[in-house]
Design a protein around this ligand. Sequence first.
Ligand code: HEM
Length: 297
Amino acid sequence: MNALRAQDLDAIGRRARSLLDARFDQLADRAEFDVMAEVAAPLSVAVISDLLGVDEPDVDSFVSISDAIMRSMDAGLDPAVAEPGRMARRELSALVESWFRTSGRPGLLSHVREHAKGSSDTDLDLYVRNTARVMFQGGYSTMVAAVGNAVHTLLRHPNALDRMRDSAVLRTGVDELVRFDGPVQGTSRIATAPVEVGGVTVNTGETVLILFAAANHDPAQFADPEQLLLDRLPNRHLGYGWGTHSCIGTVAAQTTLRALISSLLENPTRLHAASPPVRRNTATMRAFDLLPATFCP
Ligand code: HEM
């Protein structure tokens, strides 16, 4: 957490913004392009690599590793996705190992390495490697899905983008986009003590499946939950989880989403939907396989 707090997230946001500006320039004349493959994936790989301070992996090969891991989160529903996920995890581990063999760029990992100098504690080493894996894969897969879902929501709400010219609405708006159609649908927790939730007793050791996405549309918590209210305040949504294990990448994710909106706002042309989008057939993560769009005046 100290290493994370030491990172310059504004600089990461500025780099994300210039990467997006350049990418949108390249895509300006294209009759149709896939937002997922051509915007969300390279943007997310760049942001996470900047944050961790590692050389950017080849986007296409990393995307296939990440997708297999993401799909294997549904192994409880479809056991066939478990083995490809295990193989992809091995490939991810090899990639992470390569980061520890090279000196690396400045970033979170070099901060950890410098501050752990002289430490012979191999357990610490394992934790650092495991955290690097979780951050890269967890950060990438959620970010790429969040960018796609946010763009899709904006395409379906044509006035929303302009409302976020107001910096206050931009701040609240990126959170509302995650509440409205966030990528992480749920997680599970194991009760460490008996507890009663909504009139149901959960015993020690029992697993509880928590559906963040359902909670984010709970009318008891959110007025007009099916409305996109970009200035919604308070907005105590669970798109980044809650409590001790809530998302540590929230600020990086908010910064990146703001860079995306600002870049779209500054673009002289407007993004429009092209062919129909294709949702990914996954349960734990909500994302698009294909999100065709085009820029036109
Ligand atoms: C819009 C993008 C993102 C979304 C929607 C998101 C969402 C989440 C959610 C729902 C959790 C689970 C919280 C829980 O179990 O209570 C989580 C955990 C986590 N996220 Fe994110 N995340 C995003 C981006 C990132 C980024 C960019 C990083 C890091 C670079 C990151 C790193 C992590 C880590 C390490 C955890 C585990 C925390 C723990 O178990 O203590 N996330 N995230």
